[in-house]
Design a protein around this ligand. Structure first.
Ligand SMILES: Cc1cc2nc3c(=O)[nH]c(=O)nc-3n(C[C@H](O)[C@H](O)[C@H](O)COP(=O)(O)OP(=O)(O)OC[C@H]3O[C@@H](n4cnc5c(N)ncnc54)[C@H](O)[C@@H]3O)c2cc1C
Length: 197
């Protein structure tokens, strides 16, 4: 499935989209939606008022040689993110990130000029970082939820009680550490849909 572009909650729920270039039209009794950045569109197409959200891009830079680190280094967290920390990927390459960059359109390019801010952050725990050692790596985008007053809000698992439809669960604002917590999130989503087994 490449895209769901129309969703009508009901009994059963009905959704339409495009898969491999072909239109599809599916009905289902139970649906879990976890559409990341585009979960607001699922809410809207179903006629619900979506929670307010905004996007924060997280950029990564890699070190252009082998680094001195043998374990992960996490500085004190910042507003909106964990701070520029060190991870070592499966190939042994040292990478730094992510930072936090407010954005309005989806774009995964890493702007090389951001490396100066990275150097400043990294030198707080690794003063030995030499100039021009960082290469643009990759980027991801977090969906962040806001309260009505504009403050930071936690992620949401909306179910039949909040949405008013049986068999419908929507996960929204699932950001770090959503991947690490995926089993717990799955359990919470299941319980929201079916109650305690
Ligand atoms: C920079 C960065 C660093 C992170 N680091 C960590 C970390 O160290 N540890 C950790 O645990 N988590 C981390 N996370 C968070 C983790 O990546 C997310 O919590 C997790 O990916 C959320 O999963 P999801 O399934 O809700 O959304 P996503 O992973 O975004 O998946 C949503 C899916 O829905 C699809 N989709 C959207 N709209 C439609 C549509 N209309 N039709 C069909 N498909 C659609 C998208 O293509 C996508 O495949 C990080 C995130 C970022 C951005």
């Amino acid at each position: 499935m490449t895209s769901i572009n129309n969703f009508k909650p009901g009994s059963p729920h009905r959704f339409k989209g495009i898969s491999n270039g072909e239109q599809f039209d599916i009905t289902a009794q139970n649906i879990f939606f976890a559409a990341g950045l585009y979960t607001v569109n699922i809410y809207r197409s179903a006629g619900f008022q979506p929670p307010q959200d905004y996007w924060l891009k997280g950029n990564y830079f890699t070190l252009n040689r082998s680094g001195p680190f043998s374990r992960l280094i996490y500085p004190v967290p910042l507003e909106g993110g964990l701070g520029v920390h060190v991870t070592i990927d499966m190939g042994g390459q040292t990478r730094f990130g992510p930072d936090t960059q407010a954005i309005e359109t989806e774009n995964y390019d890493v702007d090389p000029s951001r490396s100066m801010k990275f150097e400043t952050s990294i030198r707080k725990y690794w003063p030995g970082l030499s100039d021009n050692s960082l290469l643009p790596g990759y980027a991801g985008i977090r969906p962040k939820l806001k309260t009505a007053g504009g403050g930071a809000a936690d992620f949401i698992i909306d179910g039949p009680e909040q949405l008013g439809f049986e068999g419908l669960v929507v996960l929204h604002g699932i950001e770090s550490p959503g991947l690490t917590s995926s089993l717990s999130l799955g359990e919470a989503a299941y319980t929201t849909m079916f109650g305690n087994a």
